[in-house]
Design a protein around this ligand. Structure first.
Ligand code: PEP
Length: 246
């Protein structure tokens, strides 16, 4: 199955209007690399301004509420994010699962809310270091994926990001064998749930991906791109990752 590589920057809680020039430059990189799909998930405050200068990149959000509206002070609905200019959103990042106590059921509900508002979704899963050390990572992350997967999951609006928690922001990455084993296990888990649709669904790797390791990581079977934090914050750092995707 030929899956178009998807490379997405996650700016987390970084970025003010002073960084709009970086977003514009990353949009231009996306224009120069049409073989891959490139996006940038920016803080919600920057979505509108980023949308105006995004070139061939898409602009995404980093979360959405599971409800359409109501008494949820400080939260943003998927429709609000779409109206601001987002076309994708990350859901279930480990930092939100940990900091905000988001459960697998919350993640599935948020993904459905996003899809209902017309957003595409990057659904994140990944194991802690203790689970990795216990030798149980594939089973635990496969179960997490199946419990987080929304009804009607389909490749035209949903991608998965495998992000080992211990690799995020640490400079450590799994071995290529570990990445291959995990991505193969996640593809099989998807097959058990959504059948042949699993063959079209993109599974990204995330966790300390950068210009030095991106080509090797993206050459691993079943790795269909990357979710990139620190190395997406400037066009200069993101450029070799985008180039590695084609
Ligand atoms: C992330 O948090 O999604 C991520 C992959 O971060 P980093 O690339 O900085 O490890």
């Amino acid at each position: 199955m030929n899956r178009r590589k998807l490379v997405v920057g996650n700016w987390k809680m970084n970025g003010l209007r002073a960084q709009l020039g970086e977003i514009e430059a990353i949009g231009a990189l996306a224009t120069d690399h049409p073989a891959a799909e490139i996006g940038l998930c920016v803080p919600a405050t920057l979505i509108g301004a980023a949308d105006a200068i995004k070139g061939a990149a898409f602009i995404g959000a980093q979360d959405c509420h599971m409800k359409d509206n109501g008494a949820h002070t400080g939260c943003l609905s998927a429709a609000m994010l779409a109206e601001a200019g987002a076309s994708w959103t990350i859901i279930g990042h480990s930092e939100r699962r940990e900091d905000q106590g988001e459960t697998d059921a919350d993640v599935a509900a948020k993904a459905l809310a996003a899809q209902a508002a017309g957003l595409k979704v990057i659904l994140c899963v990944g194991e802690s270091l203790s689970v990795r050390d216990a030798g149980d990572a594939e089973n635990v992350v496969s179960a997490q994926l199946l419990a987080s997967l929304p009804e009607g999951a389909a490749a035209d609006w949903l991608a998965i990001a495998y992000e080992p928690i211990w690799a995020i922001g640490t400079g450590r990455i799994p071995t290529m064998e570990q990445v291959a084993a995990m991505h193969g296990a996640l593809r099989s888990a998807l097959e058990s749930c959504i059948g042949s649709e699993a063959g079209a669904m993109r599974i990204l790797y995330g966790g300390s991906m950068n210009g030095e390791n991106a080509a090797e990581l993206m050459a691993v079977p079943d790795v269909d791109g990357g979710l990139v934090g620190g190395a997406s914050l400037t066009a200069a750092k993101f450029a070799p990752v985008i180039a590695a995707a084609g």
